[in-house]
Design a binder for this molecule. Structure first.
Ligand SMILES: NC(=O)c1ccc[n+]([C@@H]2O[C@H](COP(=O)([O-])OP(=O)(O)OC[C@H]3O[C@@H](n4cnc5c(N)ncnc54)[C@H](OP(=O)(O)O)[C@@H]3O)[C@@H](O)[C@H]2O)c1
Length: 286
Protein backbone atom coordinates (compact mmCIF):
# COMPACT_ATOMS: atom_id res chain seq x y z
CA UNK A 1 0.00 0.00 0.00
CA UNK A 2 1.36 3.42 -1.00
CA UNK A 3 0.95 6.07 1.70
CA UNK A 4 1.76 9.73 1.08
CA UNK A 5 2.62 11.72 4.22
CA UNK A 6 2.50 15.52 4.37
CA UNK A 7 4.21 17.55 7.11
CA UNK A 8 6.87 14.84 7.37
CA UNK A 9 9.19 16.96 9.55
CA UNK A 10 6.72 17.73 12.33
CA UNK A 11 6.31 15.79 15.57
CA UNK A 12 3.65 13.44 14.25
CA UNK A 13 5.24 13.33 10.78
CA UNK A 14 8.57 12.15 12.14
CA UNK A 15 6.89 9.62 14.42
CA UNK A 16 4.96 8.24 11.43
CA UNK A 17 8.24 7.81 9.56
CA UNK A 18 10.02 6.06 12.45
CA UNK A 19 7.08 3.71 13.07
CA UNK A 20 6.07 2.88 9.49
CA UNK A 21 5.25 -0.84 9.20
CA UNK A 22 7.35 -2.76 6.64
CA UNK A 23 4.34 -3.55 4.42
CA UNK A 24 3.67 0.15 3.87
CA UNK A 25 5.44 2.09 1.14
CA UNK A 26 5.67 5.48 2.88
CA UNK A 27 6.44 8.57 0.82
CA UNK A 28 7.22 11.22 3.43
CA UNK A 29 7.31 14.81 2.15
CA UNK A 30 8.18 17.95 4.09
CA UNK A 31 6.79 21.38 3.20
CA UNK A 32 9.70 21.96 0.80
CA UNK A 33 8.53 19.00 -1.36
CA UNK A 34 4.77 19.23 -0.86
CA UNK A 35 3.12 22.51 0.04
CA UNK A 36 -0.46 21.65 0.98
CA UNK A 37 -1.69 25.18 0.22
CA UNK A 38 -0.72 24.80 -3.44
CA UNK A 39 -2.99 22.87 -5.79
CA UNK A 40 -0.16 22.36 -8.30
CA UNK A 41 2.13 20.98 -5.60
CA UNK A 42 -0.63 18.54 -4.57
CA UNK A 43 -1.40 17.55 -8.17
CA UNK A 44 2.29 16.93 -8.85
CA UNK A 45 2.58 14.68 -5.80
CA UNK A 46 -0.53 12.70 -6.81
CA UNK A 47 0.65 12.17 -10.37
CA UNK A 48 4.16 11.23 -9.28
CA UNK A 49 3.29 8.86 -6.40
CA UNK A 50 -0.31 7.71 -7.01
CA UNK A 51 -1.01 7.12 -3.31
CA UNK A 52 -3.68 4.76 -1.94
CA UNK A 53 -3.71 6.72 1.31
CA UNK A 54 -2.79 10.31 2.23
CA UNK A 55 -1.94 11.23 5.84
CA UNK A 56 -2.06 14.95 6.51
CA UNK A 57 0.31 15.69 9.41
CA UNK A 58 0.98 19.20 8.09
CA UNK A 59 -0.48 22.07 10.07
CA UNK A 60 0.04 25.62 11.26
CA UNK A 61 0.45 24.88 14.99
CA UNK A 62 1.66 28.20 16.48
CA UNK A 63 -1.49 28.82 18.54
CA UNK A 64 -0.65 32.33 19.80
CA UNK A 65 0.96 33.53 16.56
CA UNK A 66 -2.17 32.49 14.67
CA UNK A 67 -3.99 35.43 16.29
CA UNK A 68 -1.88 37.81 14.19
CA UNK A 69 -1.29 35.47 11.23
CA UNK A 70 -4.86 34.38 10.58
CA UNK A 71 -4.42 34.16 6.81
CA UNK A 72 -1.41 31.85 7.16
CA UNK A 73 -3.18 29.67 9.73
CA UNK A 74 -6.28 29.38 7.55
CA UNK A 75 -4.25 28.63 4.42
CA UNK A 76 -2.55 25.62 6.04
CA UNK A 77 -5.31 24.41 8.38
CA UNK A 78 -8.42 25.10 6.30
CA UNK A 79 -7.50 25.45 2.60
CA UNK A 80 -4.76 22.74 2.72
CA UNK A 81 -7.03 19.93 4.00
CA UNK A 82 -9.76 21.02 1.52
CA UNK A 83 -7.38 20.74 -1.45
CA UNK A 84 -5.95 17.45 -0.18
CA UNK A 85 -9.32 15.80 0.45
CA UNK A 86 -10.61 16.87 -2.97
CA UNK A 87 -7.51 15.35 -4.60
CA UNK A 88 -8.08 12.18 -2.57
CA UNK A 89 -11.69 12.01 -3.72
CA UNK A 90 -10.74 12.53 -7.39
CA UNK A 91 -8.03 9.87 -7.17
CA UNK A 92 -9.84 7.32 -4.96
CA UNK A 93 -7.42 7.66 -2.04
CA UNK A 94 -8.26 7.31 1.66
CA UNK A 95 -7.61 10.56 3.58
CA UNK A 96 -6.35 10.61 7.17
CA UNK A 97 -6.42 14.04 8.77
CA UNK A 98 -5.25 15.11 12.24
CA UNK A 99 -7.23 17.68 14.18
CA UNK A 100 -7.38 19.08 17.66
CA UNK A 101 -9.22 19.44 20.98
CA UNK A 102 -9.08 23.22 20.32
CA UNK A 103 -12.11 22.93 18.01
CA UNK A 104 -14.13 22.88 21.28
CA UNK A 105 -14.76 25.84 23.59
CA UNK A 106 -13.81 23.97 26.78
CA UNK A 107 -17.03 24.91 28.59
CA UNK A 108 -18.33 21.33 28.84
CA UNK A 109 -18.17 19.56 32.19
CA UNK A 110 -17.70 16.11 30.60
CA UNK A 111 -15.13 14.81 28.07
CA UNK A 112 -16.04 15.82 24.51
CA UNK A 113 -17.47 13.13 22.23
CA UNK A 114 -17.01 13.04 18.45
CA UNK A 115 -20.67 14.06 18.04
CA UNK A 116 -20.44 17.20 20.20
CA UNK A 117 -20.73 20.49 18.29
CA UNK A 118 -17.50 22.40 17.73
CA UNK A 119 -17.19 25.98 18.94
CA UNK A 120 -13.58 27.16 18.76
CA UNK A 121 -12.48 30.14 20.85
CA UNK A 122 -9.24 31.06 19.07
CA UNK A 123 -8.00 31.50 15.50
CA UNK A 124 -6.02 28.24 15.47
CA UNK A 125 -9.12 26.31 16.61
CA UNK A 126 -11.29 28.12 14.07
CA UNK A 127 -8.89 27.32 11.24
CA UNK A 128 -8.75 23.64 12.26
CA UNK A 129 -12.56 23.48 12.52
CA UNK A 130 -12.82 25.00 9.05
CA UNK A 131 -10.48 22.29 7.74
CA UNK A 132 -12.64 19.60 9.35
CA UNK A 133 -15.79 21.06 7.78
CA UNK A 134 -14.22 21.01 4.31
CA UNK A 135 -13.36 17.33 4.76
CA UNK A 136 -16.82 16.43 6.07
CA UNK A 137 -18.48 18.27 3.17
CA UNK A 138 -16.24 16.56 0.58
CA UNK A 139 -17.97 13.17 0.79
CA UNK A 140 -14.57 11.54 0.28
CA UNK A 141 -13.33 8.41 2.09
CA UNK A 142 -11.76 9.92 5.22
CA UNK A 143 -11.09 9.79 8.92
CA UNK A 144 -10.39 12.79 11.14
CA UNK A 145 -8.35 11.99 14.23
CA UNK A 146 -8.64 14.65 16.93
CA UNK A 147 -5.87 14.65 19.49
CA UNK A 148 -4.50 16.93 22.23
CA UNK A 149 -1.35 18.18 24.02
CA UNK A 150 1.04 16.35 21.66
CA UNK A 151 4.61 15.70 22.80
CA UNK A 152 7.49 13.62 21.44
CA UNK A 153 11.24 13.39 21.03
CA UNK A 154 10.97 15.83 18.11
CA UNK A 155 10.34 19.49 17.46
CA UNK A 156 8.92 21.93 19.98
CA UNK A 157 6.64 20.65 22.71
CA UNK A 158 5.77 21.09 26.40
CA UNK A 159 8.04 18.31 27.66
CA UNK A 160 11.09 19.72 25.88
CA UNK A 161 10.28 23.27 27.02
CA UNK A 162 9.97 22.09 30.64
CA UNK A 163 13.31 20.25 30.45
CA UNK A 164 14.98 23.42 29.16
CA UNK A 165 13.35 25.66 31.78
CA UNK A 166 14.03 23.13 34.56
CA UNK A 167 17.73 23.23 33.78
CA UNK A 168 17.72 27.04 34.18
CA UNK A 169 15.28 27.69 37.03
CA UNK A 170 14.39 26.30 40.48
CA UNK A 171 10.79 27.55 40.55
CA UNK A 172 8.17 27.79 37.81
CA UNK A 173 4.60 29.06 37.64
CA UNK A 174 2.45 26.78 35.47
CA UNK A 175 -1.22 27.03 34.54
CA UNK A 176 -3.32 24.72 36.71
CA UNK A 177 -6.88 25.41 35.51
CA UNK A 178 -6.73 23.92 32.00
CA UNK A 179 -7.46 20.21 31.99
CA UNK A 180 -6.55 17.81 29.20
CA UNK A 181 -4.63 14.70 28.28
CA UNK A 182 -1.07 14.69 26.96
CA UNK A 183 -0.64 12.43 23.93
CA UNK A 184 2.58 10.81 22.75
CA UNK A 185 3.13 11.34 19.00
CA UNK A 186 4.50 7.79 18.67
CA UNK A 187 1.17 6.44 19.90
CA UNK A 188 -0.69 8.69 17.44
CA UNK A 189 1.43 7.21 14.64
CA UNK A 190 0.64 3.63 15.75
CA UNK A 191 -3.08 4.48 16.00
CA UNK A 192 -3.04 5.89 12.46
CA UNK A 193 -1.40 2.76 11.04
CA UNK A 194 -4.01 0.58 12.76
CA UNK A 195 -6.77 2.72 11.23
CA UNK A 196 -5.18 2.50 7.78
CA UNK A 197 -5.00 -1.29 8.07
CA UNK A 198 -8.73 -1.27 8.80
CA UNK A 199 -9.63 1.46 6.31
CA UNK A 200 -12.21 -0.60 4.45
CA UNK A 201 -14.31 -0.78 7.61
CA UNK A 202 -14.80 2.99 7.61
CA UNK A 203 -16.25 5.42 5.12
CA UNK A 204 -16.31 8.74 6.99
CA UNK A 205 -15.47 8.91 10.67
CA UNK A 206 -14.19 11.26 13.34
CA UNK A 207 -12.17 9.64 16.15
CA UNK A 208 -10.86 11.11 19.39
CA UNK A 209 -7.45 9.82 20.46
CA UNK A 210 -5.47 11.16 23.45
CA UNK A 211 -3.58 10.14 26.55
CA UNK A 212 -5.15 7.87 29.16
CA UNK A 213 -4.78 10.11 32.23
CA UNK A 214 -6.44 13.51 32.56
CA UNK A 215 -4.18 16.17 34.03
CA UNK A 216 -3.44 19.91 34.13
CA UNK A 217 -0.39 21.62 32.63
CA UNK A 218 0.84 22.09 36.21
CA UNK A 219 0.63 18.38 37.04
CA UNK A 220 2.07 17.44 33.65
CA UNK A 221 5.08 19.66 34.48
CA UNK A 222 5.38 18.18 37.98
CA UNK A 223 5.43 14.67 36.52
CA UNK A 224 8.15 15.63 34.00
CA UNK A 225 10.33 17.14 36.77
CA UNK A 226 9.79 14.12 39.04
CA UNK A 227 10.95 11.70 36.34
CA UNK A 228 13.81 13.98 35.28
CA UNK A 229 15.09 14.23 38.87
CA UNK A 230 14.67 10.53 39.67
CA UNK A 231 16.46 9.48 36.49
CA UNK A 232 19.35 11.88 37.11
CA UNK A 233 18.62 14.05 34.05
CA UNK A 234 18.00 17.07 36.31
CA UNK A 235 20.32 17.44 39.31
CA UNK A 236 17.77 19.34 41.39
CA UNK A 237 14.07 19.33 42.17
CA UNK A 238 12.05 22.08 40.46
CA UNK A 239 9.26 23.66 42.51
CA UNK A 240 6.07 24.14 40.45
CA UNK A 241 3.42 26.63 41.59
CA UNK A 242 -0.05 26.44 40.04
CA UNK A 243 -1.48 29.64 38.59
CA UNK A 244 -4.70 30.50 36.76
CA UNK A 245 -5.02 31.14 33.03
CA UNK A 246 -5.75 34.78 33.92
CA UNK A 247 -2.39 35.02 35.71
CA UNK A 248 -0.64 33.78 32.54
CA UNK A 249 -2.08 35.95 29.75
CA UNK A 250 -1.44 34.68 26.21
CA UNK A 251 -2.40 36.12 22.84
CA UNK A 252 -4.85 33.30 22.30
CA UNK A 253 -7.56 32.05 24.69
CA UNK A 254 -7.37 28.34 25.48
CA UNK A 255 -10.18 25.95 26.42
CA UNK A 256 -10.39 25.13 30.15
CA UNK A 257 -11.61 21.60 29.43
CA UNK A 258 -9.67 19.93 26.63
CA UNK A 259 -10.59 16.38 27.58
CA UNK A 260 -11.70 14.16 24.68
CA UNK A 261 -13.72 10.97 25.16
CA UNK A 262 -11.76 8.17 23.44
CA UNK A 263 -14.29 5.35 23.80
CA UNK A 264 -15.22 5.20 20.10
CA UNK A 265 -11.71 4.46 18.82
CA UNK A 266 -11.34 1.73 21.46
CA UNK A 267 -14.70 0.16 20.61
CA UNK A 268 -14.38 0.31 16.80
CA UNK A 269 -10.63 -0.14 16.28
CA UNK A 270 -9.45 -1.68 19.58
CA UNK A 271 -6.93 1.16 19.96
CA UNK A 272 -5.89 1.89 23.55
CA UNK A 273 -5.40 5.45 24.79
CA UNK A 274 -1.84 6.77 24.81
CA UNK A 275 0.09 5.82 27.94
CA UNK A 276 1.68 9.26 28.17
CA UNK A 277 3.41 8.69 31.51
CA UNK A 278 5.32 5.71 30.07
CA UNK A 279 6.27 7.87 27.07
CA UNK A 280 7.56 10.68 29.34
CA UNK A 281 9.78 8.16 31.17
CA UNK A 282 11.03 6.70 27.87
CA UNK A 283 11.86 10.09 26.34
CA UNK A 284 13.54 11.53 29.44
CA UNK A 285 15.63 8.41 30.09
CA UNK A 286 16.82 8.26 26.50
N1 LIG B 1 1.16 19.97 18.85
C1 LIG B 1 0.06 19.80 19.56
O1 LIG B 1 0.05 19.95 20.80
C2 LIG B 1 -1.21 19.37 18.90
C3 LIG B 1 -2.38 19.22 19.67
C4 LIG B 1 -3.56 18.80 19.05
C5 LIG B 1 -3.57 18.53 17.69
N2 LIG B 1 -2.43 18.71 16.96
C6 LIG B 1 -2.48 18.44 15.52
O2 LIG B 1 -1.60 17.37 15.23
C7 LIG B 1 -1.07 17.53 13.92
C8 LIG B 1 0.43 17.37 13.94
O3 LIG B 1 0.96 18.37 14.82
P1 LIG B 1 2.50 18.42 15.18
O4 LIG B 1 2.59 18.72 16.62
O5 LIG B 1 3.21 17.25 14.60
O6 LIG B 1 2.88 19.75 14.39
P2 LIG B 1 4.33 20.36 14.07
O7 LIG B 1 5.38 19.63 14.81
O8 LIG B 1 4.19 21.82 14.24
O9 LIG B 1 4.50 20.02 12.54
C9 LIG B 1 3.70 20.57 11.54
C10 LIG B 1 4.40 20.40 10.22
O10 LIG B 1 3.56 20.96 9.22
C11 LIG B 1 4.41 21.50 8.23
N3 LIG B 1 3.75 22.50 7.41
C12 LIG B 1 3.40 23.77 7.75
N4 LIG B 1 2.85 24.39 6.69
C13 LIG B 1 2.87 23.50 5.66
C14 LIG B 1 2.46 23.55 4.31
N5 LIG B 1 1.91 24.65 3.77
N6 LIG B 1 2.63 22.44 3.54
C15 LIG B 1 3.18 21.34 4.06
N7 LIG B 1 3.61 21.23 5.32
C16 LIG B 1 3.45 22.30 6.12
C17 LIG B 1 5.56 22.10 9.01
O11 LIG B 1 6.67 22.16 8.14
P3 LIG B 1 7.68 23.43 8.20
O12 LIG B 1 8.34 23.33 9.53
O13 LIG B 1 8.60 23.16 7.06
O14 LIG B 1 6.84 24.64 8.05
C18 LIG B 1 5.76 21.11 10.14
O15 LIG B 1 6.78 20.18 9.85
C19 LIG B 1 -1.59 18.88 13.43
O16 LIG B 1 -2.72 18.67 12.62
C20 LIG B 1 -2.00 19.60 14.69
O17 LIG B 1 -3.02 20.53 14.44
C21 LIG B 1 -1.25 19.09 17.54
Amino acid sequence: MKVLLTGANGQVGRSLQVRAPSDIDLIALGSDKLNITSISSINNAFSEYKPDVVINAAAYTAVDKAEIEEDDARAVNALGPKLLVEACKDNGAFFVHISTDYVFDGEATLPYKETDPVNPINIYGKSKAEGEQAIIRSDAHYIILRTSWVFSEYGKNFLKTMMQLGAQKDRLNIVADQMGAPTYAGDIADAIYTIIRNKDKFRQEIFHYTGDQITSWMDFAKYIFKIAYESGKLQKRVFVKGITSEEYPTASKRPKNSVLDCKKIKDLCDINASNWQAAVIKIIKS
